[in-house]
Design a protein around this ligand. Structure first.
Ligand code: SAM
Length: 355
């Protein structure tokens, strides 16, 4: 009889020494908004339903990342994750894992869903909101839903999904005059507002460098009205600043002007089961094929010298997933290279990858 030993956890380290512990799962590529900087007015060609991973398939990859590679956080995103009907069931499944489980949403369905998601084990939410002015909100999202989103944010706070973070993509000439209004909103609503630089991932290819509002400028605008105190950098890409009077905090994420690639610990799973080592990666690894084809899984799960997984009784499918995850992260680039002349945009936009 073969002897089996307990499976071990091995940190997932790339060629630049970065340890990966954060899994972003896109649960759907569909969205009920059509934000101008993200999606065309008519939407995109949605993934056929049978190519989207089931909750069980998503959970299997997640479990591997946590149990085999020691991941500590999982964030669900999309598309808009709350349009997926079985989201509360998926949350309940993932909540069994010892991770910080969070969700990124446009907030439009949170007023109804926040209590259920909190009861299912969700810990935190990030709500995307780019304007506090109803007409501008409607023009940006192509939906008249500002009141729903604000109600959703309040429902998330009431449900204890704390800290509720509100993510604002700041775009020159579009909403850069609302930065101080958002800082005030953070203070009034008891949420953390984080300002994000516009990235070249929009489906309509409107991004230009001139449309990026640098994080430093955003902080200056706020500090002039509500003095800020910079906090020591943590592991998060957001640079956090507390209000000097103690009434909360804001953050800036300078993905373009202050890239945090050297500290990146993320991998991303798209709704159709493709693993990406970076938002801007041009390669993907097909985990769906492994999940759905036991023969392929067997062929993709070689027993490498020094690999104890065959001996420790690890299922061949899990071993195949392990190898695919390791190979993807092993090939990760040093940085996204947005500022390099050689920069190539990925073919998928943010909503298709999972932001
Ligand atoms: N629907 C959910 C939401 O609204 O949060 C999750 C998906 S959405 C693609 C995730 C985040 O990506 C949102 O905060 C959105 O504002 C942001 N985003 C989309 N396109 C972007 C771009 N080109 N640059 C920066 N952020 C972008």
């Amino acid at each position: 009889m073969p002897t089996t030993s307990a499976p071990t956890t091995t940190p997932l380290v790339d060629g630049f020494g970065r340890v990966h512990r954060d899994l972003r799962i896109s649960v759907t590529d569909r969205c009920n908004f059509r934000c101008t900087y993200c999606m065309p007015a008519d939407g995109l060609q949605w993934q056929p339903a049978d190519t989207v991973l089931t909750a069980a398939e998503l959970a299997r990859v997640a479990r591997r990342c946590v149990e085999r590679f020691g991941f500590t956080s999982i964030r669900l995103t999309g598309g808009e994750p709350t349009v997926r009907a079985d989201l509360p069931d998926l949350v309940a499944e993932l909540a069994r894992l010892p991770v910080d489980l969070s969700l990124t949403t446009n907030g439009s369905r949170l007023a109804r869903l926040a209590p259920r998601l909190a009861a299912a084990g969700l810990r935190r939410v990030n709500v995307s909101l780019d304007s506090l002015r109803p007409e501008r909100f409607a023009a940006t999202t192509r939906r008249d839903a500002l009141a729903d989103v604000v109600a959703g944010i309040r429902a998330a706070v009431a449900a204890g999904l704390a800290p509720v973070k509100v993510n604002v993509v700041v775009t020159r000439g579009v909403n850069d005059d609302e930065v101080v209004d958002f800082a005030r909103f953070a203070r009034q609503e008891g949420v953390v507002v984080r300002f994000i630089e516009f990235m070249p991932l929009d489906a309509d290819h409107r991004w230009t460098r001139a449309s990026v509002v640098p994080s430093a400028e955003i902080l200056q605008q706020i500090d002039a009205v509500f003095p800020l105190v910079a906090q020591a950098p943590g592991s998060s890409p957001a640079r956090t600043h507390r209000f000097a009077d103690g009434r909360g905090e804001v953050g800036v994420i300078g993905s373009v002007t202050e890239p945090f690639c050297s500290r990146c610990d993320r991998v991303r799973l798209t709704a159709d089961g493709q693993l990406r080592s970076c938002l801007f990666a041009t390669d993907e690894t097909d985990l769906r094929a492994i999940l759905r084809d036991p023969d392929l899984a067997l062929r993709a799960a070689p027993s490498l010298p020094g690999d104890t997984r065959a001996a420790d009784g690890t299922d061949p499918l899990d071993r195949a997933l392990d190898h695919a995850i390791e190979a993807t992260v092993g090939a990760k680039w040093a940085g996204h290279g947005i500022s390099a002349v050689s920069f190539t945009r990925p073919t998928r936009s943010m909503s298709q990858i999972g932001g």
